[in-house]
Design a binder for this molecule. Structure first.
Ligand SMILES: Cc1cc2nc3c(=O)[nH]c(=O)nc-3n(C[C@H](O)[C@H](O)[C@H](O)COP(=O)(O)OP(=O)(O)OC[C@H]3O[C@@H](n4cnc5c(N)ncnc54)[C@H](O)[C@@H]3O)c2cc1C
Ligand code: SF4
Ligand code: SF4
Length: 1014
């Protein structure tokens, strides 16, 4: 096919540089206007392989802002690009335009009609947020896309998104009833059912009339060229006039003009609001997992399974099964769904108003598989929890695949071709052979029910990826044509598939699409270069990581070599750590793991990302930070890595490690912040107050000698204000109180020196100096369990043997990695002899203890640190483990309080230790334990004490934690293992109804005491 690279977008760069555009825009709007390089860089990418720098960014405060911005853009001929979560996979949301991000402020529910089952929403509302809002009404919006946690309704309409259950509910186009739109020429009004268009403003009526004329004129072409599959999202929906989809757009076949805007990728008009059709929440579901000996057989059978009326038929292939089985948490879930060693499974779901319907359909599925020659191949799952767990595995399998290290990445460009079900098996088989021919392989998953199988090939876009991409796309396209399928069945055209529009629809319809574009947007201002008149998919100048991608050579403080590898896509093997050729020794490649899917913008359960949740600024999302780091590391922010723009983007990162766990590709921003801070300190020096906080473990022994003096700040009026100026601690905060009766100086601690101890208790700086009662409680609990306990002390060879041990966390937080390494070395040297004879190291403070399993492994501490890591446990992990193994006997008795509300420290959540904490609390007889669904408490070490972070810190706490604590009955125990979490709870409830949170060991200690009284 001919490769054209044309776009008639207005000259993009000029308005930003001559100053008139930014000036006029700023005076016209109330919202945030950004023209700096870092902000533009953060909006230059989406979940595709592309990067195009926008002219500027507007985060509108209202619809008036959008209207005003369009006026300015029109008069200066600057293109406009509407954007929601920016999770598009095809480059729809990147372009040389003014990007309008409406996700921050334009996200309200505007109208709701329960009886008509309709809701009208602003475009920035996130799908999961809408469904959470609808749940109490027993309704949902059923286009359940995988990115539901972050994607916006405006973006879903823009892409004509489709969910796993589209066979039952259709695509967006089947579920949008009306769109209130704003056109580039300033006119606005409602596009909806044809019958209502008579009331529309004259400009809209004129467009509707002209569209109808185009539709009538193109009747034959529409019938000849538009694929007759439901999953067709490419081009404009001109077939509203002569429906071609397997599923009609409207129940009565009438025309709805909103459907022409659905799937238009922001190229026709700005969606101001959308009226959506809702469905009743399915009450009952049943899942049949069909096991197949080959992928081919699975695909062959899909066409028969859909005759049973399922709500989903989802494929999980052998690679995904293998990946899931490799994960200890998922293994039992997937194993329970397997019969032997299948090559593929189809998750076949049935839903109904009563339990009997889905069960009957499940029985019919079993019969059908027998008729198809595969008896005994179905694992029925009727329990809701088991079903949910298996759906989670399906999602996580994809995430594991996306977390592949090395320059070769799973690239999406033919990932959503849709073919009629009768040809699915042959299509999969032939395409697999094409991959093999090009030295790669694909992993298959997703929507077998509608013939849309997702497949991604591993390609290295910095080397030969572009050439392979084109070659594979050509062969795939030929097959799709042969099978009369759709080249774009889910994700749209964008930059990657606009060149295929003419291929798919032919020259006549393509010219008709251009006519449609001209009717709405004659000056080509709306997202130019998408759907019509686009660029080539393999135009390397548009790649995020193009051939020759430069990385600044930097010497790293932490060991990132695990990321510095190459991968072999066919054999699925990685080269040795450190061999990937990264001039930043793996750090750049670790940063590049962010594929921009935007999951860090989620608001549901989980920790990631507390600062984004509070600010809703792209800059303060994990993605925004990763992109800023990538731009700086590749010299795109002025040639210096230690750039103020990175410092700013990382400023509100609380190092909670939520991303380490929740990000599908494992971006570990907390560790990246340590690395950056170290470079920043080297370049700019260490601020006095940062050094004071970092070296707290060093000066703590002196403060403990004169605690009354150290505590004066919170008792003498005015001192807190002075302290705020000198040290940056907010005067509204109280500081932790220094104690004279430190734990390590106590007789109990001095006596805990058993050379054969089973357990070595690591008492951190905070427990020792501020809350020694926690360490005493831990000692008491461990001894009550009959264990021999030694308290960790510096080794005899330590240069300062009398100075308490410290994990180095405070130094790491400030980027003082060398100092942190020195502390870590002391600690490792002190603990290694104990673990060498089989003892377990047990700690109280999550951020200290869990560092031994995390940062210690990349600080160049050698084999000793590797040996220590698996033997270092939080006290609850240790107690839960011993309990499970039947080795723990604690004489516990009921407490007067019958409920405990548990808040998890972020690092407990990141390392999956919350289950142990719950298990241990449940050992207390009659105690009902409930976990607060909270993200970070907002204190995060010294973060929340700092005056410049106080407001953000309190907002984080108020998001979930503090309201839950305040709502708790006074007789409920509040439990929090993190020192800073406890402090935040105390600070946040100061006043009329103060609440004190306890470390879990204090609850056990009380229960032991209660047992003694009995
Ligand atoms: C891991 C992953 C999984 C995915 N799974 C699915 C899936 O299951 N099903 C699916 O269909 N897609 C899927 N996608 C693609 C994408 O997430 C969806 O299309 C999603 O609905 C896009 O929403 P968004 O808010 O991110 O939109 P954006 O990407 O921000 O925008 C999408 C398009 O809509 C336009 N637009 C946005 N707002 C407006 C507005 N107000 N007015 C006019 N135009 C507007 C934009 O210009 C753009 O062209 C997936 C993507 C990823 C990365
Ligand atoms: S940081 Fe992780 S979750 Fe966020 S966009 Fe990047 S890959 Fe996705
Ligand atoms: S460490 Fe926490 S605050 Fe920082 S980017 Fe990750 S999730 Fe966000």
């Amino acid at each position: 096919m001919m490769r054209t690279s044309q776009t008639n977008a207005p000259a993009p760069g000029r308005p930003a540089t001559d100053g008139e555009f930014p000036r006029r825009l700023r005076s016209a709007v109330r919202g945030e206007v950004m023209f700096d390089a870092a902000s533009r860089g953060r909006y230059a990418t989406d979940a595709s392989i592309y990067q195009v720098e926008p002219v500027g960014v507007l985060v509108p405060a209202s619809h008036d802002d959008v209207r005003a911005a369009l006026d300015v853009c029109r008069s200066l001929r600057v293109p406009v690009l509407p954007r929601g979560a920016g999770s598009s996979q095809c480059g729809q949301t990147v372009g040389a335009a003014l990007v309008i991000d409406h996700s921050k402020h334009l996200n309200r529910v505007l109208a709701f009609d329960r009886d008509a089952m309709e809701v009208t929403v602003e475009p920035g509302l996130v799908l999961d947020a809408l469904n959470a809002w609808l749940r109490p009404h027993g309704l949902w919006f059923p286009v359940d896309v995988s990115t539901s946690a972050q994607c916006t309704l405006g973006g879903m309409a823009g892409n004509n998104s489709c969910g796993s259950r589209s066979i039952a509910y259709g695509n967006m186009v089947h579920n949008v009833d009306a769109i209130d739109a704003l056109l580039a020429d300033g006119s606005e009004g409602r596009f909806g059912p044809e019958a209502d268009m008579a009331q529309a403003p004259s400009r809209l009526r004129e467009i509707a009339r002209a569209l109808r004329a185009v539709g009538e004129r193109q009747r034959d072409e529409i019938e000849a060229r538009v694929p007759k599959v439901m999953r067709r999202v490419g081009g404009y929906n001109l077939d509203v006039f002569h429906p071609q989809s397997e599923r009609p757009y409207t129940a009565d076949g009438s025309v709805n003009y909103a459907h022409l805007l659905v799937g238009s990728e922001g190229t026709l008009a700005w969606t101001k609001s959308l009226t959506l059709k809702l469905g009743p929440l399915p009450r009952h579901r049943a899942l049949g997992v069909v096991n197949f000996p080959s992928l081919y057989r699975a695909m062959e059978c899909a066409q028969h399974l859909v005759t049973l009326g399922p709500s989903a038929v989802e494929l999980v292939d052998r690679t995904m099964i293998g990946l899931a089985r490799g994960n200890p948490a998922f293994r039992p879930v997937i194993d329970a769904a397997l019969i032997g060693e299948p090559d593929a499974i189809l998750l076949t779901e049935f839903t109904g108003e009563d339990a009997d319907g889905p069960r009957r359909q499940l029985a019919r599925l079993v019969e059908l598989m027998g008729e198809l020659g595969l008896p005994e191949s179905v694992v029925p799952l009727t329990d809701a929890a088991a079903q949910k767990a298996l759906w989670e595995v399906r999602k996580a399998g994809l995430n594991i695949m996306m977390s592949m290290k090395g320059d070769g990445k799973p690239v999406s460009f033919i990932e959503d071709c849709a073919v009629p079900l009768a040809h699915l098996a042959e299509y999969v088989d032939r395409l697999s052979q094409v991959f093999a021919k090009h030295g790669t392989r694909g992993t298959w998953y997703a929507h077998a029910s509608v013939g849309t199988l997702h497949v991604r090939q591993i390609l290295d876009m910095r080397r030969d990826g572009a050439a392979k991409m084109r070659a594979i796309a050509e062969e795939a396209a030929a097959m799709v044509r042969e099978y009369k399928g759709a080249f774009s069945g889910e994700h749209g055209d964008g930059l990657v598939r606009t060149e295929r529009v003419e291929w798919q629809f032919g020259p006549v319809l393509t010219r008709a699409f251009e006519e449609v574009k001209a009717l709405f947007d004659p000056d080509n201002l709306m997202n130019p270069g998408k759907i019509v008149r686009g660029t080539c998919m393999d135009d390397a100048t548009l790649f995020r990581l193009p051939p020759g991608h430069r990385v600044l050579p930097i010497a790293t403080a932490l060991d990132w070599s695990a990321w510095d590898v190459h991968n072999d896509p066919v054999r699925d093997e990685l080269t040795a750590p450190g061999t990937g050729g990264d001039p930043a020794h793996g750090f750049a490649k670790a940063v590049e793991m962010c594929n921009n899917n935007g999951h860090c913008r989620k608001f549901d359960a989980g920790t990631m990302c507390p600062s984004y949740r509070v600010t809703r600024d792209e800059e303060h999302s994990t993605r925004g930070r990763a992109n800023t780091l990538r731009l700086a590391l590749s010299g795109q922010l002025g040639g210096e890595f230690a750039s103020p723009a990175v410092r700013e983007a990382l400023d509100l990162c609380v190092s909670c490690k939520g991303c380490r766990r929740d990000c599908p590709t494992g971006v570990d921003m907390a560790k990246m912040k340590v690395e950056f801070n170290r470079h920043w300190q080297q370049r700019h020096g260490v601020a006095f107050k940062d050094r004071v906080v970092a070296s707290l473990p060093r000066w703590a022994p002196w403060a403990a000698r004169l605690p009354w003096l150290a505590n004066l700040r919170d008792t003498v009026p005015g001192l807190a204000r002075l302290g705020e100026r000198a040290f940056g601690f907010d005067a509204r905060r109280t500081l932790p109180r220094w104690r004279a009766d430190t734990f390590l100086a106590s007789a109990a601690a001095r006596g805990a020196t058993d050379a054969d101890a089973d357990v070595v208790l690591l008492v951190d700086t905070f427990s020792n100096y501020f809350e020694p009662e926690n360490a005493h409680a831990a000692l008491a609990v461990l001894r009550a369990a009959g264990l021999r306990v030694a308290v960790a002390r510096a080794s005899a060879s330590d240069p300062a043997p009398s100075r308490p041990l410290c994990c180095g966390r405070t130094y790491l937080g400030a980027g003082l990695v060398d100092e942190a390494k020195r502390e870590a070395r002391r600690l490792v040297d002190a603990l290694v002899p104990h673990i060498a004879r089989g003892a377990t190291v047990v700690g109280l403070e999550p951020s200290c203890l869990l560092g031994l399993r995390d940062e210690y492994l990349v600080m160049g501490l050698g084999e000793d640190a590797q040996r220590l890591a698996p033997r270092a446990l939080l006290i609850e992990e240790f107690l839960a483990r011993e309990h499970r193994a039947g080795r723990l006997s604690l004489p516990l008795a009921p407490l007067p309080q019958k409920g405990a509300l548990l808040h998890g420290h972020c690092h407990q959540k990141a390392f999956d230790t919350m289950g142990s904490a719950v298990d241990v609390l449940r050992m207390v007889p009659e105690l009902q334990v409930e976990v607060i669904e909270s993200s970070c408490c907002g204190m995060a070490g010294s973060f929340g004490y700092e005056a410049r972070h106080y407001d953000v810190s309190m907002k984080m706490a108020e998001a979930a934690l503090l309201p839950a604590v305040r709502a708790a009955d006074v007789g409920t125990l509040i439990v929090a293992d993190g020192t800073s979490c406890r402090h935040q709870i105390a600070d946040g409830t100061r006043g009329a109804a103060p609440r004190e949170a306890l470390h879990l060991v204090r609850v056990l200690e009380r229960s032991l005491a209660a047992a003694k009284l009995h």
